[in-house]
Design a protein around this ligand. Structure first.
Ligand code: X8Z
Ligand code: ZN
Length: 603
């Protein structure tokens, strides 16, 4: 018997020996797979940290040198990640634990960009990526002659506050002078990014992005469509009302009934939040008294750091540890006068443990107060999942990451403002309708924009949109989903998508759409955990232990389980669903229906 075994073992050994013209590598073992993943996690973590440091310095001090340093770090990160992802395929098909299997799959999806194997293409791709970000962040509108240039911040203030159509149009077109120079670069970027994604077995870069959701890429696209259809009627009702009120303000020659709204009249550079036209769409009487958070912050003399302290206070009231002292030392809270920075708000965890920071050019207003909570949501999530293995140090899916701070911000109710002393007493009239309208102008108005950005990129990456239709395709989607149109004729000499941060910065965008849906699901579940029984839009989970625990437990899971399990842990369901959002806005829906009764809606 012993001999038989030995002979059998010998035969197996011989069959595994290299034969000329065949793959010489013996089939790997599960133990080797485990060792590979452990080493890959160790290496990836070091690369991530190095890349974060370089990116942090670039974003806080944009020069040719920091751009180059950041580009080199990203090049190395991309190249090694792609190499590891290819190596990981050696272990597919082995009988592995679910964890190992998951991690092997996650390596290739750990970045929103994959480098082709050719080193010259790697460096070209990383160089384009870094330069596009710098172009956006240092972009300025410099009208001929007077030598004065206006930044995005300057132009955004005009978009928010001006009611002069010509002024708005100038700010709108002015900002879009920064992006035509990106067009060629972006076309090449797509080519190289696609090549990298294909080497990893994906159809194109868009398919790679859609593969990050524990389901087939086609199923993910269908999920988004399903969710959009759920909330579309509410968007169309809001659109209908806002268009009618804008026509009152600007005349129906400019704002035509039955047609898309000109995109420069909605108070925001991309018409993605309409909060700044609140005063045009609801009177104080209709609002029933209102709490003006911007006014409060200014009257109380709350500083930029003070706003962040309020945000931190909310999270600590839910049982999270305070932010570390280094957060306060290393973050950027205000726009510096003496150098170029990336002002677009972001949250960082440089060492992937607790070197937390935000980087934001805070202005004292309601919108930025919400954004501060949004960014801190990222930071508290990051620290919560730092207990996980490297590849699991991420959110359940990227929509979760974007939705946590917003969930907390939904609890900034008048009641909460009184509790923290920002409001001296509750107003006699609750002003709920006003507050709901403001939230709708921010969140419901956003929904179709949250669809547009990646629908555009997906079509571009798949080749459905050729370069000679880049801009036309953008405006088709803006009209279709948002019902807004360019205020002046646009041509293929323009590159309007490049004037939106996430396109040059290569940040996937469907995450923000999902976050808008998820935050209401989270809010409803946490309010239930808190034992709250009233109207969803009046609930605040501030200082509630049960809600805090539920949230903390879910955050600590990181990406260790497929996202439906994380959703189940917090909301008791495995499906994303727009029902909670519709529930939250129900009183406003009813009001809008009344307002729109004799109007023709749609476009
Ligand atoms: O980019 C952001 C955050 C940083 S993750 C400020 N947001 C999107 C945007 O500004 O376009 C938040 C809402 C949508
Ligand atoms: Zn975010």
């Amino acid at each position: 018997m012993k001999n038989v075994l030995t002979i059998a073992a010998l035969l197996i050994l011989i069959s595994a020996l290299p034969v000329a013209g065949q793959d010489p590598a013996p089939a790997p073992t599960p133990a080797e797979a485990e060792a590979f993943v452990a080493a890959a996690e160790e290496e990836i973590l070091q690369l991530w940290i190095r890349n974060e440091r370089a990116a942090w310095v670039q974003s806080n001090f944009i020069t040719q040198d920091t751009e180059r340093i950041a580009s080199l770090a990203y090049e190395e990160l991309m190249a090694r990640t792609a190499a590891l992802a290819k190596e990981a395929t050696r272990y597919t098909g082995l009988d592995l634990t679910p964890d190992l299997d998951r991690k092997l799959r996650m390596i290739k999806l750990s970045l929103p960009l994959a480098a082709p194997a050719d080193p010259s293409k790697q460096s070209e791709l990383a160089g384009i990526a870094a330069s596009l970000t710098s172009m956006y962040s240092t972009g300025k509108y410099c009208p001929d002659g007077d030598g004065e240039c206006r930044t995005l911040g300057d132009l955004s203030r005009t978009m928010a506050s001006s009611r002069d159509e010509e002024e708005l149009l100038e700010a709108w077109t002015g900002w879009r002078t920064i992006s035509p120079a990106m067009r060629e670069k972006y076309a090449r970027f797509a080519e190289l990014g696609n090549a990298g994604a294909r080497e990893l077995g994906m159809a194109d870069l868009g398919a790679m992005w859609r593969s990050m959701y524990d389901m087939p890429p086609e199923a993910f696209a269908a999920e988004l469509d399903r969710l959009w259809e759920q909330v579309r009627p509410l968007y169309e009702a809001l659109h209908c009302h806002v268009r009618a009120e804008l026509a009152e303000q600007y005349g129906s020659e400019l704002v035509k009934p039955g047609e898309p709204i000109p995109a420069h009249l909605l108070g925001n550079m991309w018409a993605q939040s309409w909060l700044n036209v609140y005063d045009l769409v609801m009177t104080p009487e209709e609002a029933g008294g209102d709490v003006d958070v911007t006014r409060i912050l200014k009257d109380k003399g709350v500083t930029e750091i003070g706003m962040v302290k309020y945000g931190e206070g909310f999270f600590t009231s839910l049982g999270f540890e305070p932010l570390p002292p280094t957060f306060w030392e290393r973050s950027l809270f205000s726009k510096p006068e003496d150098r170029e920075v990336v002002c677009h708000a972001s949250a960082w965890d440089i060492d992937w443990v607790d070197d937390l920071r935000i980087k934001m050019c805070i202005e004292i207003n309601e919108e930025d107060f919400t954004t501060v909570h949004h960014e801190l949501g990222h930071n508290f999530y990051q620290r919560a999942y730092s207990i996980q293995d490297t590849l699991y140090r991420n959110s359940a899916h990227d929509g979760f990451h974007e939705g946590i701070g917003d969930t907390v911000a939904l609890s900034i109710t008048p009641d909460y403002l009184v509790k923290v002393g920002l409001l001296d007493e509750l107003p006699e009239e609750t002003g709920d309708l006003g507050r709901l309208m403001r939230n709708a102008l921010e969140k419901i108005a956003f929904l179709p924009f949250g669809m547009v950005v990646d629908q555009w990129r997906w079509k571009l990456f798949s080749g459905e949109t050729p370069p000679e239709r880049f801009n036309a395709a953008w405006w088709e989607l803006r009209e279709k989903y948002q019902g807004v149109k360019a205020p002046v004729t646009r041509t293929e000499a323009d590159f309007d998508p490049g004037a939106k941060y996430h396109v040059p910065a290569n940040t996937p965008y469907a995450r923000y759409f999902m976050a808008q849906i998820l935050q209401f699901q989270f809010h409803r579940a946490l309010c239930q955990a808190a034992g709250y029984e009233g109207e969803l839009n009046q609930c605040s989970i501030y200082a509630n232990d049960a809600a805090g625990k539920k949230l903390r437990d879910m955050l600590a899971m990181g990406a260790s389980r497929p996202w439906p399990e994380a959703l189940h842990a917090i909301a008791g369901t495995t499906k994303m669903d727009g029902g909670a959002l519709l529930d939250y806005f129900a009183p406003l829906s009813e009001w809008l229906e009344e307002q729109n009764r004799d109007r023709t809606c749609g476009w």
